[in-house]
Design a protein around this ligand. Structure first.
Ligand code: C5P
Ligand code: MG
Length: 190
């Protein structure tokens, strides 16, 4: 079982590259952002709470996200691996994930940090906003999300550097070239 964290700022290509990883390696995909958007669509209590944070470009509190993630992890039937996409978003979430996996005798094997320049992130997200219908893909919220990333999420990098599972991946250029770099990192970890 390989546990892969796909990490990076908003617009760095986590979702796009996750789909390619799933297609090639058959891993299960846990995207906390997708789960939250589904909860909003179904108008659940969790969805109602989450919407206020998402629309402002802020993070849903750790306790809520960690609980949601643990339930999702428990519901997974055996997979060859799992990709965690959009989680952990804080150092506390990274610690909670480590604990959860330890209970199963597992750990995060690889953390892939997709590195993309700020201007490129904004351009990609504005372009996505034209078709995604996502309430948070507008310039003001995009800038807020990048700020929240820098302040609350980027420290997660140091956590995984200390763990020894950190890999920087150049997240610019052709999608298939980026995927080639990701594949090498995954195969070296297997
Ligand atoms: O991961 P994604 O970019 O799809 O997340 C969209 C939004 O969902 C984030 O900007 C944030 O408001 C919320 N989110 C969160 N905590 C997570 C994942 C997503 O608060 N772990
Ligand atoms: Mg995503």
């Amino acid at each position: 079982m390989l546990n892969v964290v796909i990490f990076g700022p908003p617009g760095s290509g986590k979702g796009t590259q996750s789909e390619k990883i799933i297609a090639k390696y058959g891993f299960a995909h846990i995207s906390t952002g997708d789960i939250l958007r589904q909860e909003i669509k179904e108008q659940t209590e969790l969805g109602k709470q989450a919407k206020a944070f998402i629309d402002k470009g802020e993070l849903v509190p750790d306790a809520t996200i960690i609980d949601m993630l643990e339930k999702k992890l428990e519901s997974l039937t055996t997979a060859q691996g799992v990709i965690f996409d959009g989680f952990p978003r804080t150092v506390d979430q990274a610690g909670a994930l480590k604990k959860m996996l330890r209970k199963r005798g597992e750990d995060v094997n690889v953390m892939l940090n997709l590195e993309v320049q700020r201007e490129e992130l904004i351009q990609r997200l504005l372009k996505r906003g034209e078709v995604s219908g996502r309430s948070d893909d507008n310039l003001e919220t995009i800038e807020k999300r990048i700020r929240v990333y820098e302040e609350q999420t980027a420290p997660v990098i140091e956590f995984y550097k200390a763990e020894g599972s950190y890999h920087a991946i150049l997240g610019e250029g052709a999608i298939d070239d980026i995927f080639g770099r990701i594949s090498s990192a995954i195969e070296n970890a297997q």
